[in-house]
Design a protein around this ligand. Structure first.
Ligand code: SAM
Ligand code: DTB
Ligand code: SF4
Length: 353
């Protein structure tokens, strides 16, 4: 097990070996953080974090058996299923997310794969959100190449489809679709010229080798995903994984740092699980190269830190929100004391009054 020469860190590669990735995980934490932050600064604006807001546009009653997921019809989680939302309701939520400072709006649906008539409605939602000037993202399960093209034509920028875990451990977590099904959807998404958002979850009971293998698989895709969400399992009572051993926080930080080193240009998103994390742990994740978060009180069905807490966190750390392409980044002056990560002067006037 040996990490590559540190002079090579930051190269865009698709030929990593498992031993090399395990070598990165084995580095002393502070060395790993240093390398990751150095590579981060070669490719990204420092102290700048991209803000995505999630909305569940169709909730629960999903036929799949993903062992972590509160939305599977197979588990008694007490979740109230909801049909596909109205287009106007989605537009209104997107407007609110934009006003709060988000630059990307991600619509999630509890489908194995969307049906033709559902996709038509979702395409109309994407069109509306795109027209607001937000980046659009959707996560709807498996897609055919034609479906991916339909979403692209509607104005979709990103498609989220996670590998979730290593190919070796995958069968322990999901039996209703294969790893290859996921890779096929990712290929269809790329072929439609959509940007890829693809990552995984830590805390499923996977081994250290599985974590290395998940990141290796992501890094050795033909192109690195533009966004790499690293989720920490949100344990939901009633799912098979409720009560799993929690992830050691430093191991979570290590996974972020290794993702940063393997995929230097990608946005690495500190995703689900932040509600249970201290500000100090999140700061370490940003140090390790995370430069994107889910922003807003809710993920899909579970909680996320509220906007005020995130604004305070940004102010305490001197972080600012990344703007949409072509616009200036939004400074958040800790000295101003508002702690606001939002892009709107009128909001500052409200919060500092
Ligand atoms: N149904 C679609 C699918 O699975 O492709 C889209 C929605 S699904 C909820 C999107 C992703 O959310 C999953 O792939 C998984 O990575 C993540 N996720 C779901 N439940 C989670 C949980 N309890 N904790 C952390 N991440 C979770
Ligand atoms: C991703 O990687 N994480 C998000 C998003 N992509 C769709 C979902 C997290 C879901 C957490 C559990 C829930 O809120 O239902
Ligand atoms: Fe369904 Fe997606 Fe949840 Fe799996 S992760 S049960 S496919 S909503």
């Amino acid at each position: 097990m040996s990490a590559p020469n540190s002079m090579l860190y930051g190269a865009i590669r698709h030929d990593w070996t498992l031993a090399q990735v395990q070598g990165l995980f084995a580095l002393p934490l502070l060395d790993l953080l240093l390398h990751a932050q150095r590579v981060h600064r070669e490719h990204h604006e420092p102290n700048t974090v991209q803000l995505s807001t999630l909305l569940s546009i169709k909730t629960g009653a999903c036929p799949e058996d993903c062992a972590y997921c509160p939305q599977s019809v197979r588990y008694e989680t007490g979740l109230e299923p909801e049909a596909l939302l109205e287009i106007a309701a989605v537009r209104e939520r997107a407007e609110r997310a934009k006003a709060a400072g988000a630059t990307r709006f991600c619509m999630g649906a509890a489908y194995r794969s969307p049906k033709a008539r559902e996709l038509k409605v979702i395409a109309a939602m994407i069109h509306e959100v795109h027209a607001l000037g937000l980046e659009t993202c959707a996560t709807l399960g498996m897609l055919t190449p034609e479906q991916a093209r339909e979403l692209k034509a509607a104005g979709l920028d990103y498609y989220n489809h996670n590998l979730d875990t290593s190919p070796e451990f995958y069968g322990e977590i999901i039996t209703t679709r294969t790893y290859q099904d996921r890779l096929d959807t990712l290929e269809a998404v790329r072929a439609a010229d959509l940007k890829v958002c693809c990552g995984g979850i830590l805390g499923l009971g996977e081994s250290p080798a599985d974590r290395a293998s998940l990141l290796l698989t992501l890094a050795n895709l033909p192109e690195h995903p533009e966004s790499v969400p690293i989720n920490q399992l949100v344990q939901v009572e009633g799912t098979p994984l409720a009560g799993s051993a929690p992830v050691d926080p430093f191991d979570f930080v290590r996974a972020i740092a290794v993702a940063r080193l393997l995929m230097p240009r990608s946005h690495v998103r500190l995703s689900a699980g932040r509600e249970a994390m201290s500000d100090e742990l999140q700061a370490l994740c940003f140090m390790a190269g995370a430069n994107s978060i889910f922003y807003g009180e809710k993920l899909l069905t579970t909680g996320n830190p509220d906007v005020e807490r995130d604004r305070r966190l940004f102010a305490r750390l001197g972080l600012r929100s990344e703007a949409r392409l072509g616009e200036a980044d939004v400074p958040v002056s800790p000295a101003a004391g508002s702690g606001c990560a939002c892009a709107h002067a009128e909001h500052h006037a409200e919060t500092t009054a």
